[in-house]
Design a protein around this ligand. Structure first.
Ligand code: RIB
Ligand code: CA
Length: 312
């Protein structure tokens, strides 16, 4: 029985690879819809990019919705310095022809959770949590109906990437993140602590390139562009492929290891706004609300990713 998911996303090259991984795994994953949110680039681009990715995968049947165009409180912060002006720099793909759905993404999330049997839909946010939190605020009764949330965001031992204290997705909308982390929904968190261990090294990218398909060509074109910023910043032999960790967990959870702990979100301090304060060592009595991942079998992750990308 495939897991029914909604992918909430701000494409972003790594979001694109995550979406392709999900679409390449129809036996395990049924994508009910893709909801775009402002993040890496503005909403007008993230909703367009989501459709470009679906068309690249030959999946124009997947409904794509536009969601929130700015965080709940703060002005939008984007990341063109990492992802380029389009958000999918690295390869020029055709303008999308598949339509954007008329319904707002938040209403799609609410309607879907009301319509599907309770506890059967997993939410997979890959960007700022604005759409998810807005849906929870607008229709609180859907919170108990969510099967689980598997999200990319946060950092603890790896510290921040957009500020010294915070990871981008959480930093952009910390109030939204606080709503999600306090919601009581079962949470699996893929922080930088894990995503920084799945680096786009040459052998790994060459294995994807060797697939030789248009999808594989797009993926390596994206990673060739996307990795230059992080490789220069960290001096590593590749860049972290953040968002596909969320989908890989659905397909092969044993690739990952972590702890069920308390994680709180800083929203009050300008200096540490968006910090995920993870009680990794259990020094508080705060309620355990998240499975916070700390390690990953990187070779296994890339074997899985490469094998699935070869199938679309
Ligand atoms: O910090 C990494 C996260 O921010 C990833 O989801 C990337 O796509 C950006 O959204
Ligand atoms: Ca993202």
């Amino acid at each position: 029985m495939a897991t029914k998911i909604i992918i909430d996303t701000d494409p972003g090259q790594d979001d694109a690879v995550a979406i392709l991984l999900a679409l390449a795994s129809p036996k395990e994953i049924e994508v009910l819809g893709i909801t775009a949110v402002a993040g890496n680039v503005p909403l007008a681009l993230t909703q367009k990019n989501a459709r470009i990715i679906c068309e690249l995968a030959g999946r124009t049947d997947i409904p794509v919705f536009a969601g929130c165009d700015r965080p709940m409180i703060h002005p939008l912060v984007t990341a063109e310095h990492v992802h380029g002006k389009t958000g999918l720099d690295g390869i020029a793909l055709p303008e999308p022809t598949m339509p954007l759905q008329d319904r707002h993404a938040v209403d799609f999330i609410i309607d879907t959770l009301r319509a599907e049997p309770s506890g059967t839909v997993t939410l997979c946010p890959l960007g700022p949590l604005t759409n998810i939190a807005t849906a929870f605020a607008k229709a609180p009764e859907i919170i108990a109906r969510v099967q689980q949330i598997i999200l990319m965001g946060g950092a603890y031992f790896e510290v921040g990437n957009i500020t010294p204290a915070a990871e981008f997705n959480i930093y952009v909308d910390p109030e939204a993140a606080k709503i999600v982390f306090q919601s009581g929904v079962p949470l699996v968190v893929m922080p930088l602590d894990v995503t920084h261990k799945v680096l786009t090294t040459r052998p790994r990218i060459d294995a994807i390139r060797a697939i030789g398909s248009p999808v594989a060509h797009a993926v390596v074109s994206w990673t060739d562009f996307f990795e230059r910023f992080d490789m220069a910043k960290y001096g590593a032999e590749g860049a972290p492929l953040h968002d596909p960790c969320v989908i890989a967990y659905l397909l092969a959870p044993d690739l990952f290891s972590g702890r069920h702990i308390n994680v709180e979100i800083e929203t009050g301090s300008p200096l540490t706004r968006g910090m995920t304060v993870a009680d990794w060592w259990g020094v508080t009595t705060r309620p355990k609300n998240a499975t916070f991942m700390g390690d990953v079998d990187a070779a296994g992750f890339y074997e899985l990713l490469t094998a699935r990308l070869a199938q679309i």
